[in-house]
Design a binder for this molecule. Structure first.
Ligand code: RIB
Ligand code: CA
Length: 307
């Protein structure tokens, strides 16, 4: 059983990832932390609570950082709308508001699970960096980190930086230097995890609240991708989740990855050392470069049929 902590700037593809996680047999979501990114922290916090309520799950959600360590927040409203769910409104969760801050809750859960906790981080890495700063022994209790972020080649927030890393490059740099093993699902693989508009509409025809949310919340993203000449949209954040359930669908390379915290043109670049003669055991990351798209999308379909 993969016991995971889901750190998210829930956003439309984050919502797909979480709703899949809730339906995959060998994944247990043991806690959620909200991080500002796709939209402001209050919308992210409410989205995580309300999507969990929609899934009929009882998982605690904690509020994390409202802005990056040093940069200003620049939400991705063109893809996620103003509220983070493509401006789709879903029922409000009646669950009590958790007052404990996210980094304390994350650390406590990591200690409670005594090294079995896996962190899945699909937004800016601010909460993770702040946890590592406040609790230096967090790395002893965190089994591994699985992120959607970065890219071996290219970027979507700049020519060489992906949005999650670019949003808080200092935090990302500190996480990649923490000594915790990181599975990196960057654009190299997430751009392959594309759901075609026909597949989105098929899921949207299932007639349950989750499938309705997927269909309606992805409209902005689909329209943007259409403008870019791409059919459908990429389910970026579902990659680390579906990997945990089906690693056989993915291929990757062990490597060293470090983040440029600030550069004239390279701020937020994930510098991937795939070829130097660094000792294999010193390569503290795995960069994924392939996914079986058909299997991936079919799995998303099966998860949504269960709601
Ligand atoms: O670059 C894609 C990433 O940025 C995804 O996590 C998406 O949700 C946005 O946060
Ligand atoms: Ca995200």
């Amino acid at each position: 059983m993969n016991k995971i902590w889901f750190d998210t700037d829930i956003g439309v593809d984050d919502a797909v990832a979480l709703l899949c996680a809730y339906q995959l047999d060998n994944i247990e979501v043991v806690g959620i932390s909200a991080i500002a990114g796709n939209c402001d922290i209050d919308n992210v916090f409410n989205n995580a609570r309300n999507v969990t309520y929609l899934a009929k799950k009882d998982v605690k959600v904690y509020k994390g950082a409202s802005k990056p360590l040093y940069k200003e927040l620049k939400p991705a409203t063109i893809v996620h709308g103003n509220n983070g769910l493509g401006d789709v409104v879903i029922p409000t969760s009646p669950a009590p508001i958790e007052e404990k801050c996210a980094i304390d809750a994350l650390y406590e859960k990591a200690k409670e699970l005594n090294g079995e906790l896996k962190v899945v981080a699909v937004g800016p890495l601010t909460n993770i960096a702040l946890t590592i700063r406040k609790y230096p022994d967090f790395k002893d209790y965190c089994k591994e980190i699985y992120i959607m972020g970065g890219a071996g080649i290219g970027g979507n927030a700049s020519p060489c930086a992906e949005f999650n890393i670019y949003s808080d490059p200092q935090a990302a740099s500190e996480v990649f230097e923490s000594g915790i093993f990181i599975h990196v699902f960057g654009l190299d693989v997430t751009l392959q995890a594309n759901a075609y508009s026909s597949e989105i509409n098929e899921i949207g025809s299932y007639g349950n609240p989750a499938s309705d949310l997927l269909r309606d919340s992805l409209k902005l993203a689909v329209n943007l991708y259409k403008f870019l000449g791409i059919d459908g949209t990429c389910l970026h954040d579902a990659c680390p989740i579906l990997y945990l359930a089906h690693p056989e669908w993915f291929k990757g390379e062990q490597c060293g990855i470090f983040v440029e915290p600030e550069g004239k043109y390279t701020t937020g670049e994930t510098v991937c050392d795939l070829y130097s003669n660094a000792k294999y055991e010193d390569r503290h990351c795995k960069l994924y470069t392939f996914v079986d798209r058909e299997a991936f999308v079919n799995c998303v379909k099966e998860c949504y049929k269960k709601y």
